[in-house]
Design a protein around this ligand. Structure first.
Ligand code: HEC
Length: 202
């Protein structure tokens, strides 16, 4: 590399750069803008590295509710569903529609959709035997005291669940309600017929 060729190069570069520096080529400007735009969209779509559960928008009210910490009545019903499916569903069906020859329906049943919960609570606490009319149909089977061994919270949850599932709409049952009814029941835990249940206060 000689001095001469160096100085020649420099002169050339200096000449060229004065021309080049005057404007940034249009394609770089456009390309940069497109890159920013696409990058922005990508960033937005992919939650920008944040957890989508925190950053993402909710697509439905149900989805939003599913993320809410459950408390009170909602928690009791959710817990009750689990207990129902383990303890009662085998006879009354997971859909609450009952099974012919096995158990009557709970969906739409007048024994479930009561105003007070005293009679209803006695059913799983004492059992049912003999004739019971459910939604216009007589049943004459037996149900053991399926809820007698459940803790107050579990039975309250089950009853709250069956009063609110499958289109049923009736009030919640609390563990305190069950506790009170149990205390009043004393030791008399004979299965009852429909008529005997009706003789109890609502
Ligand atoms: C082994 C089967 C079986 C299981 C398990 C069972 N039941 Fe029953 N249940 C019956 C039968 C049978 C009757 C009707 C009894 C009769 O004909 O005298 C009945 C009646 C009822 C009734 C009144 C009638 C109606 O359909 O509304 C309620 C309420 C009820 N059961 C709730 C429950 C709950 C709550 C549980 C779980 C804690 C449960 N049952 C578990 C068989 C069962």
């Amino acid at each position: 590399m000689s001095d001469e060729s160096n100085s020649g190069d420099c002169a050339l570069t200096a000449d060229e750069s004065t021309v080049e520096r005057s404007t940034v080529p249009m394609w770089i400007v456009v390309f940069t803008l497109i890159l920013l735009f696409v990058g922005g969209i990508y960033f937005d779509r992919h939650s920008g590295w944040f957890n989508p559960q925190v950053y993402g928008s909710f697509s439905s009210a149900e989805q939003l509710e599913a993320y809410q910490p459950k408390s009170g009545a909602a928690a009791a019903r959710a817990h009750g569903k689990v207990v129902y499916e383990a303890v009662c569903g085998i006879c009354h069906g997971l859909d609450g529609r009952g099974k012919p020859g096995q158990a009557p329906a709970l969906a739409g049943s007048e024994w479930v959709l009561t105003k007070g919960i005293n009679r209803l609570a006695h059913i799983p606490l004492q059992g049912v035997s003999g004739v019971i009319r459910v939604e216009g149909q007589d049943w004459n089977l037996n149900m053991a005291a399926m809820g007698a061994a459940l803790p107050d919270e579990d039975l309250a949850g089950v009853l709250s669940y069956i009063r609110s599932a499958w289109g049923n709409q009736a009030g919640t049952v609390t563990a305190d309600d069950i506790k009170k009814i149990r205390a009043e029941m004393g030791k008399s835990v004979q299965p009852m017929s429909g008529q005997q249940i009706m003789s109890l206060p609502d």
